[in-house]
Design a protein around this ligand. Sequence first.
Ligand SMILES: Nc1ncnc2c1ncn2[C@@H]1O[C@H](COP(=O)(O)OP(=O)(O)OP(=O)(O)O)[C@@H](O)[C@H]1O
Length: 330
Amino acid sequence: MARRELGPAGLAVVQAVEPWTRSGRVRVACSGGPDSLALAAAVAHLAGRDASLALRAEALTVDHGLQAGSARVADDVARRLDDLGLPTRVAAVTVDRADPAGLEAAARTARYAALSTGLVDGDVVLLGHTLDDQAETVLLGLARGSGTRSLAGMAPGVALASGALLVRPLLGLRRATTADACAEWGLPAWHDPQNLECRFARVRVRERVMPVLEAELGPGVAEALARTAELARADADELDAVAARVVGSRDGTPQELPVPSLSGLPEAIGGRVLRRWLIGLGVPEPSFGHVRAVRALVTDWHGQAGVDLPGGIRIVRERGVLRQGPRDDG
Ligand SMILES: Nc1ncnc2c1ncn2[C@@H]1O[C@H](COP(=O)(O)OP(=O)(O)OP(=O)(O)O)[C@@H](O)[C@H]1O
């Protein structure tokens, strides 16, 4: 397979992936779906021409253990990737079903932990998210009333604590391209039945909303939404950098924020400063409403009581500073 002629779709996938295969260990995260299968096939193709990459490339399939027969599906995927010449491991993970963030988030946490294990500086993990996934993410964010950070969608690359990189090389390619690439390579993809379950908002966006948008607004809608993500990311990065400088403290998160340092800040920065500070204090995932309530202690001060937040944290305004106060209930 590795030596077979490339078709146009396969070539597009190979070209997107190649820059991320030049050094370090290259680990493909493969669920067996068409996107990550095309990704794995592209790496196998490149490894067939590059002896050094052949020694560094591998795939990992995570068995979340949440669906009947998941171990068999994972083993099948691993066998097919092995057949492509890509050494593949199955990582069986335990998903915390009691995670307050929900089952999907718990599965994601377990998956990313498994994918990141054992990597060192310079290694990469390749994920198969496509432009369509990005467009769906932006649309879901718009429907929630998200700001630029959320509209930025999925990052093209994220540095892990180990120094390894998590990369999404296919964010510029349509899902149709990865499906075509699998067909060109003669690789039957596994189709997760959950990807058709309309109880998930993302599935409804994919199956029902995007086709209507493309029919009514033109076939470039997905590309346009993905561009919105790129523009929003650039803006959000700048604003976050400014906010980081305002909160900045060499000794970690400051315990107090002086009100005068906050009151003159524009909304785009003030909200970010507070959000960052609250996360630093240990508030898990402060919502827009939480941040707005804390910001009102600065911008709409009329002696109100403190603001109770998740994580058992209460923020009060006292003697010209914001800081943690005792909870009413304890
Ligand atoms: N069980 C898994 N094992 C390894 N990697 C996974 C697994 N599930 C998801 N991933 C990685 O995360 C990416 C996005 O996952 P998502 O659930 O959106 O797609 P998918 O339904 O698995 O299909 P596809 O492989 O076509 O993206 C995948 O492309 C893959 O790189």
